[in-house]
Design a protein around this ligand. Structure first.
Ligand SMILES: Nc1ncnc2c1ncn2[C@@H]1O[C@H](COP(=O)(O)OP(=O)(O)OP(=O)(O)O)[C@@H](O)[C@H]1O
Length: 257
């Protein structure tokens, strides 16, 4: 049997007195697309940071293809939230992707090898923006910039790709293209994405994890009313508005909108 991509066992993370995650346990199988949802402050970003080895577990453990976070740099690619990036930094598209080739401890100003350049160029082609390689990042559209962030994460040549809200800042057309791209990428690697996009959950993810400090739900991307109420603490009708049926199972009486 293939080793799980991710094994999270009784993971708790505290920031001082603040409990961000409490005894969270779940596995992600190799090749899966897992969607993580939850309310603001529910611990989604903290979970990604813990997987990346950026925040230490208070208790519990994380294994990425059997290894501790931070032990195998090449195993994990990360696509940060668009809003967290400075688009006005004077750097070209290709140069950004090349930073994905930096190993921990190497200088940002090191000379990249020819092999690095070939890999970076290939990732730009993969995400469909190779023609923009020399362009300054300030001159990209929202959708192009999001693809750039994905190309940079792919340049690590990861086995597991983590994405934090990959469609939050793009229009509907770009969003569909990004989901198509993620489906293609999923042929080669496991994907974990944090999203508020319930359309994505209904159509793209194979498993869903719902975080509200603790793990409220882990399973098929179908939620019932009590899970959503526990997760968001508000009436299900508010959440259900516009949500495809697959996400929220209908009531026995068919009362869910
Ligand atoms: N560096 C930090 N220091 C102290 N508390 C923090 C820190 N980072 C996060 N927290 C707290 O930990 C909890 C979980 O935050 P986290 O950012 O993981 O949630 P989230 O689900 O990603 O939220 P959002 O959807 O708003 O991005 C929150 O209560 C937050 O205030």
């Amino acid at each position: 049997m293939t080793e799980p991509a991710l094994q999270i066992d009784k993971l708790s993370v505290h920031y001082g007195e603040e409990v961000a995650l409490s005894k969270v346990s779940f596995d992600v199988a190799h090749g899966e697309i897992l969607g993580i949802i939850g309310p603001n402050g529910g611990g989604k970003s903290t979970l990604l940071k813990a997987i990346l080895g950026l925040v230490p577990p208070t208790t519990g453990s994380i294994r990425i293809y059997g290894q501790e976070p931070g032990k195998n740099h090449a195993a994990v690619g990360f696509v940060p939230q668009f809003a967290a990036m400075d688009k006005h930094f004077p750097i070209s598209v290709l140069e950004v992707v090349l930073t994905g080739r930096l190993k921990p401890g190497f200088s940002f100003f090191r000379k990249y090898s020819e092999a690095d350049k070939v890999i970076a160029q290939a990732q730009l082609e993969r995400v469909g923006i190779a023609h923009l390689a020399k362009r300054q990042i300030a001159e990209l559209s929202g959708g192009e910039f999001q693809r750039l962030l994905i190309a940079r994460a792919l340049a690590v040549e990861p086995k597991l790709l983590l994405l934090d809200e990959p469609t939050a800042s793009v229009d509907a057309h770009s969003r569909n293209q990004i989901y198509q791209l993620l489906r293609e990428i999923n042929a080669d690697m496991t994907i974990v994405l944090v999203t508020h996009d319930l359309m994505a959950i209904s159509s793209e993810v194979k498993k869903l994890a719902c975080l509200n400090t603790k793990l409220v739900y882990h399973g098929e991307p179908e939620l019932n009313e009590s899970v959503v109420n526990e997760l968001y603490g508000c009436p299900v009708d508010l959440i259900a508005h516009g949500v495809p049926h697959r996400v929220l199972k209908a009531h026995e009486e068919g009362a869910t909108k």
